[in-house]
Design a binder for this molecule. Structure first.
Ligand code: ATP
Length: 405
């Protein structure tokens, strides 16, 4: 197995969206709303020129309207705000606290952080969350992969490579957020997913022909079978660039480095495509979300599509070994080496538990356990470098370079 060193991001890397949004914009005009103060921003959403105060006001009011129009929360509800220390979740914590106080929502807010165990990345971003906890006066709960699964992401990458790291991390984080929330007696997790994230997901699902996921990808509130924890995304209509501008002007304390491991490769492709489209049509992000919301999918066609995809993607060797004859397919290694987590056809009903870990799951074995089982199988095949003099990504990279399967 070879891993290109450039797929591991330098800790100094600053995402392009952050760099662009932080670049001072020269606008020599008056604010189009108050007509008295000098405009400081040109809103990426509609190109309106606004002063800082009016920008803060429209930004917060739009999120308030998203919350109230969609009846996202109710008085007395306890919410776990997914806090990674990044721009989206820092703005999420700040805005949710501001709106809760301003409009007297009557919500009980708690910050919930998942420590995936990525040295040089998550430990630094968690330090930011700890400062936010003090700055916003909100309680904080930190749950780690190591405690829940006995694996850190650094160990997982050392074991299975970078290629599938986003699959592992995404599945484990989803469950970790649920478990962290339940530990706090909360059944509602709020995340900072924004309009750009959502449009990218819609595009990815269209490009992959994943119609089943496409249907769910624009939901502002989701509840999955087998989990008592629901999720909501109050930034569904909020542009990423505006989130960065807001954090910048408000001087919020956030961590702007991207994950050490390369972001999901295909998401990057969808992101690039979206940026290209945005150059000629500034409303691209909202248009894609709108299309995703209004696509009418015919069940018969979805089934056909699934069958077609199954024939196309099953790895030849695995198929020859008969491993995919299992009707209750749980995990499939695709021909391109990536992992696809299937669903148990004999679906469990709500409230059923994973036979392995006992955690709630709609499948016989939960997705996290399926992945952890695979990791355990791979573990004996590798020798992990015991030299602890170099930590984090550098150590992982060195370990990966010496591995052979
Ligand atoms: N380690 C974590 N702990 C708690 N919540 C998380 C964590 N990682 C992600 N989330 C939640 O999921 C949302 C989307 O995460 P994603 O990985 O897409 O990061 P992002 O777009 O860079 O967001 P952020 O800027 O907040 O890190 C975050 O805004 C946050 O609410």
């Amino acid at each position: 197995m070879t891993v290109a060193p450039e797929t591991i991001r330098s800790p100094e890397f600053v995402p392009r969206a952050t760099r662009l949004a932080q670049r001072p914009v020269k606008i020599s005009a008056l604010c189009e709303l108050c007509h008295s103060r000098k405009a400081a921003v040109k809103r990426p959403k509609n190109l309106q020129k606004l002063c800082q105060l009016c920008f803060f006001n429209v930004f917060e009011t739009e999120i308030h309207q998203t919350i109230t129009n969609n009846n996202l929360y109710h008085r007395g509800e306890k919410l776990a705000l997914g806090a990674s220390g990044g721009k989206d979740s820092t703005v999420l914590a700040y805005v949710m606290k501001t709106l809760n106080d301003r409009y007297d929502y009557g919500l009980d807010l708690v910050l919930l952080s998942i420590d995936e165990g990525i040295v040089g990345y998550r430990d630094d971003s968690l330090a930011t969350v700890k400062r936010n906890q003090v700055q916003y006066g909100l309680p904080l709960e930190i749950v780690s992969y190591k405690d829940l699964y006995n694996w850190t992401m650094d160990e997982i990458v050392t074991c299975c490579g970078i290629r599938n790291s986003c699959t592992y991390c995404g599945v484990l984080r989803r469950q970790a957020l649920d478990r962290g929330a339940l530990k706090l007696g909360i059944n509602h997790v709020v995340t900072g997913h924004n309009a750009d994230d959502m449009a990218e997901t819609v595009l990815m699902n269209i490009l992959r022909g994943d119609l089943a996921r496409l249907e769910k990808s624009t939901a502002i509130i989701t509840e999955s079978a087998g989990s008592p924890v629901k999720r909501s995304k109050p930034f569904k209509f909020t542009y990423q660039k505006e989130i960065v501008l807001y954090a910048h002007f408000k001087k919020l304390d956030y961590f702007s480095t991207e994950c050490t491991y390369a972001p999901e490769a295909f998401r990057g492709t969808a992101r690039e495509l979206m940026k290209q489209l945005e150059k000629s049509r500034s409303s691209t992000v909202i248009d894609i979300i709108y299309s995703g919301e209004n696509l009418l999918l015919q069940p018969k066609r979805i089934n056909k599509q699934k069958q077609f995809r199954k024939v196309k993607t099953i790895d030849k060797k695995t198929a020859e070994n008969g491993q995919n004859n299992n009707k209750n397919r749980e995990m499939e290694v695709l021909s391109d080496g990536s992992i696809s987590l299937g669903h148990d056809r004999a679906k469990y009903k709500d409230g059923n538990k994973c036979l392995k870990c006992g955690y709630l799951s709609s499948n016989k074995i939960c997705k996290a356990c399926v992945l952890l089982q695979t990791l355990e199988k791979m573990k004996p095949k590798i020798t992990i470098d015991n030299n602890i003099s170099t930590d984090g990504a550098a150590k992982v990279l060195r370990s990966l370079e010496t591995l052979s399967f």
